[in-house]
Design a protein around this ligand. Structure first.
Ligand SMILES: Cc1cc2nc3c(=O)[nH]c(=O)nc-3n(C[C@H](O)[C@H](O)[C@H](O)COP(=O)(O)OP(=O)(O)OC[C@H]3O[C@@H](n4cnc5c(N)ncnc54)[C@H](O)[C@@H]3O)c2cc1C
Length: 453
């Protein structure tokens, strides 16, 4: 059973049955997170006669989709420059614009399907509390402006009275293109919607092998014209793509409930998402029940891409995150303590930090993932794109820059283990350095360039 805080807000639910016979279908989907479910949803919207099954190793929303930070953002994990280099400025602008348009569109889809996932379009603010962070935000902002966006989309806001009350705040990078949700509400209700469309979901049905037009569990096989592998951070368990995705763990905790008056004093709006511009990713959202759900990276990568409880509960990473939140909002200290609800989960990262949606027409095997921690909105687009590609529906999405993008393989172990943990140590070191020297670490600039292109 998943133990993310978000599941506490749900009604108790009954496990779905597992696969008990061989099947012959149009599309077999492996994994019941957002990618698998949105793909099923959009396929059924495009062609309601399709026969679709989803095979899930644990239960709906067991993975990152039931545990994440709930940012529905237009963030793209790789630098925008990499899209410009690949497709030119105009296509990069169009693609980023589409990512932005997705945010309200997701809100509309949830409304149309009666999915109540606490969706709130409240925007986001990324704080700079030292010069190094401000420089980083400026250069990020510039890359949006260079592409053709303007201040109504992205800006550096120096008006401190408009921003949450963070000590030492110099400015913040703000954008309206971000909503927040309760992720577990979304994934569990979306599963019910696709079942109503006629999709069958089998839980406790781990796929052990995928081959052209067939997926196998330990006991049964499903023949399918198309197979969608939607296993993200858990992909290592399937032999054929062990070097494609590395699971990097993101950890979270939820504070105690905070009085509304204090949140108002701190200028943290309902549904607000926020972060700061340190090198180590951190992120927070004000939940619908007035907590801060806060998370970030910093847990070590485990040899041979291990995932599971033993990796997710990394004590010193939690302590770091709790200190980080209290550093941003010292008044929240009484609501942050060792008894807070804590959890974690794997994000899927490719070697060049770029997600992909791919289809192999020969084998029928499709894949979407590698969102590197920015998959809540991107998985919706992945689902739409896979539906277009599988049903041969002509759309602007089918030529998007991530379609059939092939990332290089990760290094073999133990080099992968050494590399990822070395980079993780460097990130923490750079943050400490930046805080004391108050200037951006040239080492991190170079490192990101090498890693992300
Ligand atoms: C702590 C945390 C915070 C995050 N915060 C954010 C955020 O704020 N905003 C954002 O955009 N993104 C965030 N992300 C990333 C985002 O949650 C993911 O990108 C997204 O949920 C990926 O969805 P998915 O369906 O591809 O993968 P998952 O939700 O991980 O689903 C994969 C599913 O496949 C199943 N599976 C795996 N192997 C098999 C198999 N062999 N057979 C059958 N089933 C299998 C798993 O059990 C799982 O249910 C966060 C991730 C984490 C872990």
């Amino acid at each position: 059973m998943n133990t993310s805080f978000w599941w506490e807000s749900l009604e108790p639910w009954i496990k779905r049955p597992s696969l008990t016979s061989n099947l012959d279908v149009d599309v077999a989907i492996v994994g019941a997170g957002y990618t698998g479910l949105w793909s099923a949803y959009w396929l059924m919207k495009t062609d309601p006669n399709l026969k679709i099954v989803i095979l899930e190793a644990e239960h709906v929303g067991f993975g990152a989709s039931g545990r994440n930070g709930g940012w529905v953002s237009a963030l793209w994990p790789a630098p925008l420059d990499s899209i410009v280099k690949q497709r030119g400025k105009q296509r990069a602008f169009e693609f980023q614009s589409r990512l932005q348009e997705l945010i309200p569109e997701i809100g509309e889809t949830l409304k149309a399907e009666n999915i109540d996932a606490d969706f709130k379009l409240a925007g986001t603010a990324v704080f700079a509390t030292n010069q190094a962070q401000l420089n980083r935000l400026k250069s990020e902002n510039q890359s949006y402006l260079d592409l053709g966006f303007n201040e109504s989309d992205y800006k550096i806001d120096y008006e401190l009275a408009n921003l949450p009350l963070v000590p030492d705040l110099i400015a913040a990078h703000t954008t309206r293109h971000c909503a927040s949700i309760n992720p577990a509400k979304l994934v569990t209700q979306l599963a019910k919607v696709v079942e109503k469309q006629g999709v069958q979901i089998f839980e406790t049905s781990r796929v052990t092998f995928i081959e052209p037009n067939k997926v196998f569990t330990n006991t049964f096989q499903v023949k399918a014209k198309n197979i969608i592998q939607a296993t993200e951070g858990y992909s290592y368990s399937l032999k054929h793509n062990r070097r494609k995705i590395a699971p990097i763990h993101s950890l979270m905790f939820a504070t105690d409930q905070i009085p509304e008056s204090l949140l108002t004093k701190l200028r943290i709006e309902p549904g607000q998402t926020f972060a700061d511009a340190r090198n180590l990713v951190i992120y927070g959202q004000r939940t619908s029940d007035n907590r801060i759900a806060f998370g970030g990276r910093g847990a070590p990568y485990r040899f041979k891409s291990q995932v599971g409880k033993h990796v997710e509960m990394h004590q010193s990473a939690f302590e770091y995150l709790q200190l980080a939140l209290v550093g941003l909002f010292p008044d929240l200290k009484p609501y942050v303590h060792s008894g807070n609800h804590k959890w974690g989960g794997p994000i899927g990262v490719t070697r060049d930090w770029r997600p992909t949606v791919s289809v192999d027409p020969k084998s029928g095997v499709c894949y979407a993932g590698g969102y590197a921690g920015d998959g809540v909105a991107a998985s919706y687009l992945a689902g739409q794109t896979l539906a277009d590609l599988i049903t041969n529906t002509h759309s602007v999405r089918t030529t998007d820059p991530w379609v059939n993008h092939q990332s290089p393989n990760w290094e073999i172990e133990p080099i992968r283990f050494i590399l990822i943990n070395f980079v993780s140590k460097l990130i923490s070191f750079a943050d400490r350095k930046e805080e004391s020297a108050n200037k951006q670490s040239w080492m991190m600039k170079k490192l990101w360039k090498i890693l992300k292109g």
